[in-house]
Design a protein around this ligand. Structure first.
Ligand code: SF4
Length: 201
C-alpha cells in the first residue's frame, strides 16, 4: 500500500480472516478470497497483513449535479437534483458499460490510485450539495458498492442536512451491506439488470 494517499485507505467493514495467508472480502457476492498483498476481483480491496482495506475511500474522479430522473428514478422526489459521485473499478465486466473509462480504467487500479489526487471528503460532498441546491445524493457512475464505507459516511451527514440518498447499482452487494446502507440512510436504489434479451424477459 506504499505511496497511496492515506485518505483513500480505510479498513473494510465486512471481511473475515481465513488463515495466515488469505482473507475474504464480504462486500459483494463475489466474496473474493484475497491473498496477502493482493487485491480482489474489483481491485478496490487489498489484503494487507490479513486486514482488508478499501483503497478508494473518497477517491472521486467523477462528480456532477443531476436531475433524479436521470438515474433514472421516477416518482421519487421528482424535479429534484442529486449530487452524484463515483470512483474507479467494478465487480462486473460488462462490455457495454457506459462508464467503462471509470469501471475498467485500463491500468492496474492500485497504480492509478497511487497517482490520484481526487480526494473529496464526505463533508465536502455535502457542502457541494447544499451550495448547488441539491436535495439529495447519489453514488453512481461505477458500481457504488465499491464506495460502501464512504457511502455510509456521506449518507449519515446527508440525513443530518435533510437530504435523501440513492444508489445506481448492479445490486450484487451482500445482504449485510444492504442492511448497513439502509441503516445509514439509503432511501432508494435503481438496480440495472445485466444480460441479454433472455435475461431481460
Ligand atoms: S467488493 Fe471487490 S474484492 Fe470485495 S468481494 Fe466484491 S469484487 Fe471481491
Amino acid at each position: 500500500m506504499d505511496l497511496i494517499n492515506p485518505n483513500f485507505l480505510k479498513e473494510a467493514r465486512f471481511y473475515e480472516k481465513i488463515d495466515n495467508k488469505f482473507s475474504r472480502c464480504l462486500t459483494c457476492e463475489r466474496k473474493c478470497k484475497i491473498a496477502k498483498g493482493k487485491t480482489g476481483y474489483c481491485q478496490t480491496r487489498i489484503n494487507n497483513g490479513g486486514i482488508i482495506y478499501t483503497i478508494v475511500y473518497g477517491l472521486i474522479p467523477a462528480l456532477s449535479f443531476n436531475p433524479i430522473e436521470k438515474k433514472p428514478l421516477f416518482h421519487f422526489h421528482p424535479g429534484t437534483t442529486a449530487v452524484t459521485v463515483g470512483t474507479y473499478g467494478c465487480n462486473f465486466s460488462c462490455f457495454w458499460c457506459q462508464n467503462y473509462h471509470l469501471s475498467h480504467p485500463g491500468e492496474v487500479l492500485i497504480d492509478l490510485v497511487r497517482k490520484s489526487k481526487d480526494y473529496l471528503s464526505p463533508e465536502k460532498i455535502i457542502e457541494l450539495a447544499i451550495k448547488n441546491d441539491c436535495q439529495g445524493t447519489s453514488i453512481s457512475f461505477n458500481e457504488p458498492t465499491l464506495l460502501f464505507e464512504y457511502s455510509l459516511d456521506v449518507f449519515k451527514l446527508a440525513k443530518k442536512e435533510g437530504l435523501y440518498n440513492t444508489y445506481v447499482t448492479n445490486g450484487y452487494m451482500t445482504e449485510e451491506i444492504l442492511k448497513e446502507l439502509v441503516k445509514s440512510g439509503l432511501d432508494a436504489m435503481n438496480i440495472d439488470i445485466k444480460g441479454d434479451s433472455f435475461m431481460v424477459k
